[in-house]
Design a protein around this ligand. Structure first.
Ligand code: ZN
Length: 240
């Protein structure tokens, strides 16, 4: 029967979840491949990052404290979006499941969430410095600024609420004294943005060290946002 068949109120959706679970093998493999690329791209060390992807009315999320090399499709946790943290899977989900869940609930356009403690994004989060429009590529995040939240302890509802508010309608946010989050309509897009967010953070930080960065005007960034949209959801933003 369905993967949620043992969870009472969810039993009436069991057939739908069963179909999804049969179809999500490829998504599970994609999620593992992207989790491994977090390390190879230098966005995270050890097991500090985590990823999730929407699947039907649930999310797949990487488990807590497990090296990405050892992940298998079966080791991911499947968590219903309308639940309070109940999950199916052999391992506990990432301790940051709350903000993954709350972002996917709040943003129907988001289908994947990447979280990492990448160095320059984290440095800016420690300085509580939002990323300004130092480069037009910030338009890939939907507007002229990537906000930085206040600090809240990892894994808490307080942090999750700060994250959802800080993200707003955009696709990236810095978490005070913690790290960053990037979102996308696909795992590939969320990962592409995670790399871009770290690049923008590095450029912003280094330009600030060297002098007084010129910040592009909001209306120019919004024109870029519109141009990126016309490249299509799978386009490599800013390259065409
Ligand atoms: Zn974290």
């Amino acid at each position: 029967m369905g993967v949620f068949a043992s969870r009472g109120p969810l039993v009436n959706r069991a057939s739908q979840c069963y179909l999804l679970s049969m179809q999500d093998i490829e998504l599970r493999q994609q999620l593992i491949a992207q989790a491994r690329s977090l390390t190879t791209l230098g966005l995270t060390q050890g097991t500090s990052g985590n990823l999730s992807a929407r699947v039907g009315d649930a999310m797949l999320i990487t488990p807590s404290g497990v090296a990405y090399e050892t992940l298998t499709p079966a080791s991911l946790a499947l968590m219903p979006l309308d639940g309070g943290g109940a999950f199916e899977g052999p391992l506990k989900p990432s301790s940051e499941w709350r903000f993954h869940l709350d972002i996917l609930r709040a943003r129907p356009d988001v289908r994947a969430v990447v979280h990492a403690h990448s160095t320059y994004a984290t440095v800016l989060s420690i300085l509580r410095r939002p990323i300004k429009a130092v480069h037009y590529m910030i338009a890939a995040f939907g507007g002229p600024e990537i906000a930085c939240t206040d600090y809240a302890p990892f894994g808490t509802q307080e942090l999750s609420e700060l994250v959802v508010e800080g993200l707003g309608p955009r696709h990236g946010v810095l978490l005070g004294n913690h790290g960053m989050i990037a979102t996308g309509a696909t795992l590939e897009q969320a990962m592409h943005r995670a790399v871009e967010l770290e690049t923008l953070a590095r450029q912003s930080y280094l330009a600030g060290l060297a002098g007084a960065p010129v910040i592009l005007p909001d209306d120019e960034i919004m024109r870029c946002v519109e141009r990126f949209k016309s490249y299509g959801p799978q386009a490599q933003e800013g390259e065409a």
